[in-house]
Design a protein around this ligand. Structure first.
Ligand code: GUN
Length: 292
């Protein structure tokens, strides 16, 4: 078994991003600027947004975090999005999900200017992605593809089983693996005989959010296993009071897999770098629009 080491690969990509930002600055061009909207006080969301801001700082981007009370009305939140759409200093905008129940998430993602939609959630970007055209790819599926490419994992003609059908991971992941010439099967909570479906996979991508769901008996000998799961599980011995758990039972599945991602240190850091790449691209596109 060999590790698909997201920590290492993401570090390499960050160094490249940092160098590009320095070149932009030296040429008197704009510093990439990411804005993040955070609504409410969900612990995981706060951690993710803080991590995204720190990542920006490390590669030389500007970042702005706009925090709103969970009671903000949908109309007021949409207005904040529009203000950022119209702010030429901001290149990329993310609205951290989940949002409070009284706010329609689709309305919010559709209000973001798709040219600043560095999450790749706007239907325009989703459509462009499905057609294989230039667009912002959602950070996690993009990160997985970059990880597989880095290790030169063969995808053409392989059977890829994606477990999970979320808008953020499962659906876009399946489209991207199709573009990599895989035969793709998407499994979900209603799939019959899911164990046997997974067993047919050359590449398993687990993104269902159930810790330790994928066990050794479900995995074919020599399969490539990518674990997107990062569920917080309470652990009083951990400093934070919780531990991140993947969807794959690493200890036993790693005995059968040819390649496998660890959790943490696999897909997580690649997701973070995906957002940075999109934000850098937002500036490059912006510069291209300007120079027309
Ligand atoms: N919540 C969980 N994952 C994501 C993500 O990739 N982007 C945003 N905006 N919210 C999330």
């Amino acid at each position: 078994m060999q590790l698909l080491n997201g920590n290492e690969v993401s570090k390499h990509i960050r160094t490249q991003i940092k160098a590009e930002v320095e070149q932009l600055k030296a040429a008197g061009k704009k510093t990439p600027h990411l804005a993040a909207i955070l609504v409410g006080t969900d612990g995981a969301s706060q951690t993710y947004v803080a991590a995204k801001a720190k990542d920006c700082e490390e590669v030389g981007f500007d970042s702005t975090v706009l925090r709103f009370d969970a009671t903000i009305s949908e109309a007021d939140l949409l207005n904040e999005v529009i203000k950022i759409n119209n702010n030429p200093d901001i290149d990329g905008l993310i609205v951290q999900l989940p949002l409070p129940k009284h706010i329609d998430t689709n309305k919010v993602t559709q209000t973001i200017d798709w040219r600043k939609d560095v999450d790749g959630f706007h239907p325009m970007n989703v459509g462009l992605m499905f057609k294989g055209l230039p667009c912002y790819l959602p950070a996690t599926p993009m990160g997985v593809i970059k990880l597989l490419e880095h290790y030169q994992i063969e995808t053409t003609g392989k059977h890829c089983v994606v477990i999970g059908r979320s808008d953020i991971v499962g659906k876009p992941m399946s489209a991207l693996m199709l573009q990599k010439n895989c035969t793709v099967t998407v499994c979900h909570s209603k799939t019959q005989d899911i164990e046997n479906v997974i067993k047919g996979a050359d590449i398993v991508i687990a993104a269902l959010g159930i810790p330790n769901f994928v066990t050794a008996k479900m995995v074919k000998q020599g399969a490539v296993v990518v674990d997107v799961g990062i569920t917080r599980v309470e652990d009083p011995t951990a400093k934070s009071g919780y531990r991140l758990k993947g969807d794959v039972k690493f200890d036993e599945v790693s005995e059968k897999a040819s390649w496998i991602t660890p959790v943490p240190g696999g897909v997580g850091p690649m997701t973070r770098v995906g957002l940075l790449l999109n934000t850098l691209n937002a500036v490059k596109n912006h510069l291209r629009f300007e120079s027309r």
